[in-house]
Unconditional design. Structure first.
Length: 62
């Protein structure tokens, strides 16, 4: 079996992660896919966070 090029990654809100006073219980997370060959660095996307109620930067976590 060969490994696939596309892998499933998890994106987590950076605002919720850094400010524990501001957030409610939980952190906004999204799952998506990326191509391992084309995007070798960690992915950063601007997504809507339900805990912050605004669009924030979501970074790839392991």
């Amino acid at each position: 079996m060969a490994k696939g090029v596309r892998i499933i990654i998890t994106l987590e809100c950076t605002e919720c992660r850094s400010n524990t006073d501001k957030r409610s219980k939980g952190v906004s997370r999204y799952t998506t896919q990326k191509n391992r060959r084309n995007t070798t660095s960690r992915l950063e996307l601007k997504k809507f966070c339900t805990h912050c109620n605004q669009h924030t930067v979501h970074k790839e976590i392991k």
